[in-house]
Design a protein around this ligand. Structure first.
Ligand SMILES: C[S@@+](CC[C@H](N)C(=O)[O-])C[C@H]1O[C@@H](n2cnc3c(N)ncnc32)[C@H](O)[C@@H]1O
Length: 306
């Protein structure tokens, strides 16, 4: 979705654009090359990503800064570069290819490695801790809620019975053994369980709404926020935040004039979410579940009840 992201940010005014999930700086680099009016602040909670992005953006000295930060710390991060607001926020959520493809990070069932899954390796909680200590009902709730896993209860029972489950390979095996054979033939059966654990380990759904609110508050007039989400829990949160900002939280019945006085602060640039084009899917199958949403901040004159 790189071209679409570039097109969405092309019209923003001059100022700081925050890449809140800078990763390997693929988007960041392309944005700096395509948009001469911006300076880019890249954030990531992963030390390896911060080092990689710093190296990738070294040629843009003066126009780029990279900080190790969780993206709900947007306010402090902007203050660090002497800015209060930004003309753009990009959130490309989830795990980077680097994290996913590095066996010892423990994100992938394709390798056998310790069950880790921490994006920020200075934090204490790992996926192994959850798998080892949570009681069966709590595990089942997690797999159902964050993984939308139909067989959550069977899998949770199997995990508890198989303890200790210390590695990605062993967990993938236990999950595969717990689901019906027909499910094993449809993609990897551990995919949803791994997703649920990763979301929990990294508090992904707790941090995201705080970060979106912070970004929407600091988006300067004409500035744009773009979010690419990779699972429905994330996408629902993004939709809810964007729709609320675009109505100001108006409670009046649709079709009737607003009498509640709510003031919209953004306009939606996309109705609903956008899926990747077939050409992108062919070259990058991981983009299959990507959903893009975007908004533009209204000018003070445009901010009035709908
Ligand atoms: C999908 S990758 C981004 C890839 C990037 N757009 C690129 O072009 O290389 C997501 C990145 O966001 C980081 N990340 C995820 N949640 C974060 C959070 N709450 N705060 C800061 N970084 C986060 C991850 O560590 C990972 O490096």
């Amino acid at each position: 979705m790189l071209d679409e992201v570039l097109d969405l940010f092309r019209p923003v005014p001059a100022g700081w654009l925050v890449d809140a999930t800078v990763g390997g700086a693929g988007h960041a680099r392309a944005l700096l090359e395509a948009l001469p009016q911006i300076r880019l602040l890249g954030l990531d909670r992963d030390d390896e990503a911060v080092a990689a992005a710093g190296a990738a953006l070294a040629g843009f000295a003066g126009r780029a800064a990279v900080l190790r930060a969780r993206f709900d710390e947007i306010g402090d991060s902007l203050a660090h570069v002497g800015a209060e607001g930004a003309v753009g926020f990009l959130f490309d959520l989830g795990v980077s290819s680097h994290q996913f493809d590095t066996p010892e990070r423990g994100f992938s069932y394709r390798f056998d490695a310790p069950l880790d899954m921490r994006m920020d390796r200075s934090q204490g909680l790992t996926a192994a801790d959850i798998v080892a200590t949570w009681e069966e009902r709590r595990l089942a709730g997690l797999f159902a809620r964050h993984g939308e896993e139909r067989f959550a209860r069977r899998i949770a029972a199997a995990v508890v019975a198989a303890r200790p489950v210390l590695t990605t390979g062993r967990l993938a095996e236990v999950v595969a053994g717990a689901v019906p054979a027909a499910v094993r033939r449809r993609g990897h059966p551990a995919k949803r369980v791994f997703q649920a654990l990763r979301v929990e380990v990294n508090s992904e759904l707790d941090v995201l709404p705080v970060a979106l609110d912070a970004a929407l508050e600091r988006l300067l007039p004409g500035g744009r926020a773009v979010v690419i989400a990779y699972h429905s829990g994330e996408d629902r949160l993004v939709k809810e935040r964007f729709v609320r900002a675009s109505t100001g939280g108006c409670t009046c019945p649709p079709g009737l004039p607003c009498v509640c006085g709510a003031i919209p602060t953004v306009r939606l640039l996309k109705r609903g979410s956008r899926k990747p084009a077939p050409a992108e899917l062919a070259t990058n199958p991981r983009s299959e579940s990507a959903r893009l949403r975007a908004v533009e901040a209204l000018t003070p004159d445009e901010r009035r009840p709908r």
